[in-house]
Write a protein that binds this ligand. Structure first.
Ligand SMILES: *Cc1c(COP(=O)(O)O)cnc(C)c1O
Length: 364
C-alpha cells in the first residue's frame, strides 16, 4: 500500500514533454533552461530534463540549487531570482550564473567571487512591462558597463520576464525591444551578448508562432514541461502530457449530508464566507489533504466529482456517480499553484515512476 496523499511523478512523461519542447524550440534557434523550482530541486527530475536536452538548469531558490549540487547533478545552473545580498556567498558557491537587477548585489557577488577564487556569470534582467523584476531599458547599457568593471564577474547576457505579475503577453513588440537592446549593447560597448533569455512558458505561443525570433536564444521553462500547458491561456500544448504529475488523496469520511449548512453563518477557517445553496441531500466525501498541502482551486477532479472546498487538513468533495468510500483514493490533476504547494508539503509523499518501466518506483 503506497502512502497518501502522494504526488505521482511520471519521469517518462516529463522526459517526453521536455524533449518535444527542446526540439521545437531548437528549430527556432532557442535553447531551453529547464526550471526546477516547482520540483523542489529534485535530482531525478533535474536529470530527466538534462537527458531530454535542456542546456542548463534554472531555479529561483539557492536551496534547490544547493540540493542539486549535493546530489551531484552535473549541469550549469542559473539562479533565476535576483540574489539576496545575504545569500551572495552561497550564490557564488553553487550557481554558475544569476539573474540580476541591482548593481549593489552584483558588487557583492564580485567580492564573494574574488574571495572564493571563482568567476560568477551575470544575466541582467530588463523591465519590459510586466512590472516585476527588471532594469528600466534606458538604464541597461550603463549597468552592463558597471558590471564589466567588476572583478570575477562575467557578463553573460540579458533577459526578461513577462506574464508573471501583470499577465503581459510576450509578443513581437516586447521581444523585438529585447533584441534591439542586445544589439545596442554590442555596438555601444563592443562586446558580444551571449545569452538573450526571452522569458518563461508564457513565451511559447510567441516562440512557436513563426514570429521573428530576433536575438532571443533561450527560454526558461518550468510549468510547460511539468504540466504540458502554455501559461497565457493554460491550454494543453500539442503532443505534450498534461498528467505527468498527479495527486492521489484518500477518503476518510463518506456520508450523505445536507448541502446547506445549518446555524448562524460567519467566517470559515480561511476567512471566507461560504456559498450556501440548497441542493438537498448530497453524497459528500472528506479527503485527508488540505490547504496546507494543496491549493484546492487548482485541483481538477475526475469528471463527476466536484471539489467543494478545503480547510487546513480536509478536502471536501461531492459526487453522485462515484463510489467514494472510506479508504478509496481519488486522483487529481494539478495546476501550478496546487503543484508547488504539494511539492513543498512534507505531508505529501513524492513517488516517481522511473523512465525505465522495469525499475522500482522511487519514493521520497
Ligand atoms: C518561474 C520562473 C520561470 C519559469 O516559469 P514557468 O512559467 O514555470 O515556465 C522563468 N523565469 C523566471 C524568472 C521565473 O521566476
Amino acid at each position: 500500500m503506497m502512502s497518501a496523499p502522494r504526488l505521482e511523478i511520471d519521469l517518462c512523461k516529463i522526459h517526453h514533454n521536455a524533449c518535444l519542447l527542446v526540439e521545437r524550440l531548437g528549430k527556432r534557434g532557442i535553447s531551453v533552461t529547464g526550471v526546477t523550482k516547482a520540483a523542489l530541486g529534485s535530482a531525478e527530475i533535474a536529470a530527466t530534463l538534462l537527458e531530454a536536452g535542456v542546456k542548463r538548469l534554472g531555479d529561483s531558490r539557492i536551496e534547490n540549487i544547493e540540493a542539486m549540487r549535493f546530489a551531484q547533478v552535473a549541469a550549469a545552473m542559473t539562479l533565476i531570482r535576483s540574489p539576496m545580498l545575504s545569500q551572495a556567498k552561497r550564490v557564488v558557491m553553487s550557481a554558475n550564473v544569476s539573474c540580476n537587477t541591482e548593481i549593489e548585489v552584483i558588487k557583492k557577488l564580485s567580492l564573494e567571487a574574488q574571495k572564493a577564487g571563482r568567476t560568477h556569470g551575470v544575466i541582467l534582467m530588463v523591465e519590459l512591462g510586466d512590472l516585476r523584476e527588471g532594469i528600466m531599458p534606458e538604464d541597461v547599457t550603463d549597468t552592463v558597463r558597471e558590471t564589466l568593471n567588476l572583478p570575477n564577474i562575467d557578463f553573460k547576457g540579458i533577459g526578461t520576464n513577462l506574464a508573471c505579475r501583470s499577465g503581459v503577453s510576450p509578443d513581437s513588440r516586447n521581444m523585438a525591444m529585447l533584441s534591439e537592446l542586445a544589439d545596442s549593447i554590442e555596438t555601444t560597448l563592443g562586446l558580444s551578448v551571449e545569452i538573450v533569455s526571452g522569458g518563461n512558458s508564457a513565451n511559447l505561443e510567441w516562440a512557436l508562432s513563426g514570429a521573428e525570433i530576433g536575438r532571443v536564444n533561450d527560454l526558461r521553462l518550468g510549468e510547460a514541461i511539468l504540466l504540458g500547458c502554455e501559461t497565457l491561456h493554460r491550454q494543453p500544448i500539442d503532443g505534450l502530457h498534461t498528467d505527468a504529475i498527479t495527486l492521489c488523496a484518500e477518503v476518510i469520511e463518506a456520508k450523505v449530508k445536507p448541502s446547506k449548512p445549518s446555524g448562524t453563518i460567519a467566517q470559515t477557517a480561511f476567512g471566507e464566507v461560504p456559498p450556501s445553496t440548497d441542493r438537498g441531500l448530497v453524497t459528500q466525501a472528506l479527503l485527508a489533504v488540505g490547504q496546507q498541502d494543496i491549493d484546492p482551486s487548482g485541483l481538477q477532479a475526475p469528471t463527476g466529482i466536484d471539489v467543494l472546498g478545503a480547510s487546513s487538513d480536509h478536502l471536501i468533495l461531492e459526487s453522485d456517480c462515484f463510489e467514494l468510500s472510506v479508504g478509496a483514493e481519488v486522483v487529481f490533476q494539478l495546476n501550478y499553484s496546487a503543484l508547488v504547494r504539494a511539492m513543498t508539503s512534507p505531508f505529501v509523499t513524492k513517488v516517481m515512476t522511473p523512465a525505465s518501466p522495469s525499475a522500482e518506483p522511487i519514493q521520497i
